[in-house]
Design a protein. Structure first.
Length: 164
């Protein structure tokens, strides 16, 4: 087999392609982004109580409130790791890292976040009776005034699938 053989080039190139895809940022928009941002916002120590209420209202379908025209909400989290057991089917949890602070979710709240991360097309990982959904460097931009127009816009997120 010579160095110009296309099969050899493909064999050498394919692992590089896989590695570059796993390191690239992913996005979510519309309803998936609003759900992801809202579920993270509940646990965020970086948001004010008012900002958390705005996110809860938007996620609940209530957009009839005033909000400054030039202001957007930014929801950020360094890492999210959610775990569901496929052995103990009652066990589900998520750990969220906000810099030095962290938050833990369990039960229904953890399941909602787990399912929303999966809805955003983040691949699952499994190990010894557990299935994991994780992401890092999540940044969501929420524009309540655009969401209030009910035209599908106003919520966008970027993140890295998996943990750093």
């Amino acid at each position: 087999m010579n160095a110009r053989d296309p099969r050899r080039a493909a064999i050498l190139f394919f692992p590089l392609l896989l590695a570059s895809q796993s390191a690239s940022a992913a996005t979510a928009a519309g309803s998936s982004a609003l759900a992801l941002a809202s579920l993270v916002a509940v646990a965020s120590p970086l948001l004010s109580p008012h900002e958390k209420r705005v996110m809860a209202r938007l996620f609940g379908g209530h957009s009839n409130f005033t909000f400054p025209a030039n202001r957007k909400l930014s929801i950020k989290v360094d890492a999210v790791v959610c775990r569901a057991s496929n052995v103990d089917i009652t066990s589900r949890s998520c750990k969220l890292a906000f810099g030095a602070a962290s938050a833990n979710l369990s039960g229904r709240e953890a399941h909602e976040l787990y399912a929303t991360i999966a809805e955003a097309d983040v691949p699952s990982e499994g190990a010894a009776g557990s299935i994991f959904e994780s992401l890092s460097h999540l940044v969501c931009t929420i524009d309540p005034r655009v969401i209030a127009q009910r035209a599908g816009g106003g919520a966008d997120c970027t993140f890295d699938p998996g943990t750093p």
